[in-house]
Design a protein around this ligand. Structure first.
Ligand SMILES: *[C@@H]1O[C@H](CO)[C@@H](O)[C@H](O)[C@H]1NC(C)=O
Ligand SMILES: *[C@@H]1O[C@H](CO)[C@@H](O)[C@H](O)[C@H]1NC(C)=O
Ligand SMILES: *[C@@H]1O[C@H](CO)[C@@H](O)[C@H](O)[C@H]1NC(C)=O
Ligand SMILES: *[C@@H]1O[C@H](CO)[C@@H](O)[C@H](O)[C@H]1NC(C)=O
Ligand SMILES: *[C@@H]1O[C@H](CO)[C@@H](O)[C@H](O)[C@H]1NC(C)=O
Ligand SMILES: *[C@@H]1O[C@H](CO)[C@@H](O)[C@H](O)[C@H]1NC(C)=O
Ligand SMILES: *[C@@H]1O[C@H](CO)[C@@H](O)[C@H](O)[C@H]1NC(C)=O
Ligand SMILES: *[C@@H]1O[C@H](CO)[C@@H](O)[C@H](O)[C@H]1NC(C)=O
Length: 379
């Protein structure tokens, strides 16, 4: 009973936090450029005809305005939207591939940001081929480089473009698909674990360097969440529905290594600022004390199940907000909202070396949430 009350109380505080955030963050919201996989994809894959990883069918989007499927792997908003909302925008900037369709508004819109994230993609070019065609991190950055040249076309000089981009926020969430696919391929792959490990991190580092060279200075980076505990992993890798430990270990190690990489990178170039959000720890905390976060199911998918994707013929849960997972891989809108609030309000154990509020100069409004997290970590 006590926990149910806590949960209710937390819910009230959260809605206050959101209201405050929307009131506080105003004109100064920075441009946002978003890179990564399906955790942040807001419809990119819908514009790739050959791609088979698309969330463009109902029940996806059931809680989105007008209940439309938009390509987001969510019942409503996804993590990109929830983060960008706390900066004062309505939701994520549209997919770059969508902006390209309207040359008359393209130039104005790219100044406010663009979303390049593509579901199924990875740090490595080779990741995601099982979905026929996705846009790898490397290609996403190439697309951003054309955006940079388009901005320079407007400003007339590289120096002016540098000044503009130095104020923009670069949000990245990538790596889950590389690890998952490597483990799926383990019996056929020629790459050893250490070799894969080194390739993954050095390629990630190259991507960050390229973005830096293109003018990125402020980074928000999300680590790989507990992919071994997704409904997919529970159904495909383990027989008894428990988490798949090798994937968990990869995800945890990846977090540690990316933290080290960023520390070293930021020392080398000096003029970058970043926050690394530990989505692994955030999500496992939610799983371990689910009732306190308002969840009643942290193992199964709300729509579909571990082996069946979400579509209108899939089985479907009654109360979406009580599920951590929307579908076989992705968080529900509720889980994304909690993650975003945590990124903006938590302390160094969850987002380091500073939280998104500090990174982006947003007023503090959800300290209580991080206090809550800390309380629960010691349980
Ligand atoms: C990855 O793909 C991009 C775009 O297709 C290509 O330019 C690049 O050379 C590839 N990188 C590697 C390491 O294969
Ligand atoms: C996994 O195997 C598929 C099919 O053989 C291949 O296309 C893909 O590149 C592999 N992925 C990784 C990460 O090794
Ligand atoms: C943006 O830049 C690319 C590469 O320079 C160019 O091909 C494209 O036409 C530009 N788009 C617009 C709308 O200016
Ligand atoms: C911008 O692009 C247009 C058309 O693509 C071109 O005519 C013009 O010279 C470019 N301006 C600059 C400053 O690069
Ligand atoms: C990569 O290798 C290092 C050193 O062998 C190890 O400490 C780390 O856990 C590995 N990381 C991953 C993601 O497997
Ligand atoms: C729904 O997804 C399942 C597989 O997950 C597929 O077999 C079925 O054809 C899909 N139904 C529709 C209407 O797309
Ligand atoms: C997953 O959903 C499909 C389609 O609704 C169903 O046929 C299948 O039995 C379900 N699998 C499990 C393990 O529940
Ligand atoms: C998060 O950022 C805010 C805003 O700068 C800061 O005041 C606060 O101390 C940070 N939260 C924690 C728990 O470190």
């Amino acid at each position: 009973m006590a926990k149910r009350y806590t949960s209710y109380f937390l819910g009230v505080l959260l809605s206050v936090a959101v209201t405050l955030a929307l009131l506080q963050a105003e004109a100064a919201a920075p441009a946002v450029y978003i890179f990564g996989d399906s955790t942040l994809d807001v419809g990119t894959n819908v514009f790739i005809p050959e791609c088979t990883a698309k969330a463009d069918v109902y029940f996806n989007g059931i809680d989105f305005p007008n209940s439309v499927p938009t390509g987001r792997f969510s019942n409503g908003l996804n993590t990109a939207d929830e983060i960008v909302r706390l900066l004062g925008w309505k939701r994520s900037p549209p997919p770059f591939l969508y902006l390209l369709n309207d040359p008359s508004t393209f130039k104005q819109k790219i100044l406010r940001g663009a979303n390049f994230a593509s579901g199924g993609s990875g740090i490595l070019n080779t990741t995601g081929r099982r979905f026929n065609k996705v846009i790898s991190m490397e290609q996403q950055i190439q697309q951003f480089s054309t955006v940079r040249s388009n901005i320079t076309n407007m400003t007339g000089s590289d120096a002016a473009t540098d000044r503009i981009l130095s104020k923009a926020f670069f949000l990245i969430s990538i790596g889950s698909n590389d690890i998952l696919e490597y483990l799926l391929n383990l019996t056929t792959t020629k790459m050893s674990i250490p070799e894969f490990n080194v390739t993954l991190l050095s390629t990630y580092e190259n991507h960050l360097k390229t973005l830096y060279d293109l003018g990125a200075r402020t980074f928000g980076i999300l680590t790989v969440p507990p992919i071994g505990c997704t409904p997919f992993a529970r159904a495909v890798f383990t027989q008894d529905g428990s988490c798949f430990e090798p994937a968990e270990q990869f995800a945890e190690a990846f977090t540690v290594e990316v933290a080290a990489l960023l520390k070293q990178f930021s020392t080398a170039v000096q003029d970058i600022r970043y926050s690394l959000g530990n989505t692994y720890l955030m999500t496992t905390t939610m799983m371990e004390d689910m009732l306190a976060f308002g969840f009643r199911n942290v193992a199964a998918a709300c729509c579909g199940n571990g082996t069946h994707q979400c579509n209108q013929t899939a089985s479907f849960c009654a109360n979406r907000d009580e599920y951590l997972f929307w579908d076989q891989f992705h968080p529900s809108q509720k889980a994304s909202e909690l993650a975003a609030l945590t990124l903006f309000g938590a302390s160094e154990s969850l987002v380091a070396p500073m939280n998104f509020s500090q990174l982006l100069g947003v007023n503090v409004f959800c300290l209580f949430l991080s206090a809550f997290f800390e309380e629960n970590e010691s349980l």
